[in-house]
Design a protein. Structure first.
Length: 160
């Protein structure tokens, strides 16, 4: 099965995921009274908003001109993964804040979302040509990894 997918659509999904992440952390920060936890969650929200801006810039640079950049997907794996994202099964459930979570549960949800985003953005690199900013996607992956480390360290500090 061969297929291509529109990079504009992929970047729009990435932008929406970053928005979800920012809203999740912002909502969680409003729920907790501990200033350290509030600051951590607000900082994570700001990092997600920065990624949103970065992806919007990348999307704009890739989609200028007469045609969108297309990626090659010879086995249809990327298209299937993107379809699962659209269904809401990959990200939406991990980024819902109900208000009943403990801080540990918030951090675990954040960890799961960061792992999923690293997987997504690693796949996204395949549709971004070098000359259109693949290194920027690498930078975002490294940032997501930093978020993951911050979340894991904070979770560990709460446990012990």
């Amino acid at each position: 099965m061969q297929g291509t997918f529109n990079a504009n659509e992929v970047f729009q999904m990435a932008i929406e995921i970053e928005k979800l992440g920012a809203a999740f952390y912002r909502a969680a920060s409003d729920f907790f009274d501990d200033p350290r936890i509030k600051a951590l969650l607000k900082g994570l929200s700001e990092m997600e908003l920065e990624h949103e801006r970065e992806f919007a810039s990348l999307r704009e640079s890739m989609t200028q001109g007469s045609a969108y950049a297309n990626g090659y997907d010879p086995d249809g794996v990327a298209a299937a993964y993107l379809g699962s994202m659209r269904s809401g099964e990959v990200f939406d459930r991990s980024l819902i804040f109900t208000g009943s979570e403990t801080v540990e549960e918030v951090l675990r949800k954040g960890i799961e979302a960061e792992k999923n985003s690293i997987i997504l953005y690693t796949g996204l690199k395949g549709v971004v040509p070098d000359e259109l900013g693949r290194d920027r996607v690498d930078r975002i992956i490294r940032e997501e990894m930093k978020h993951l480390v911050v979340l894991v360290e904070r979770l560990g500090s709460l446990k012990g």
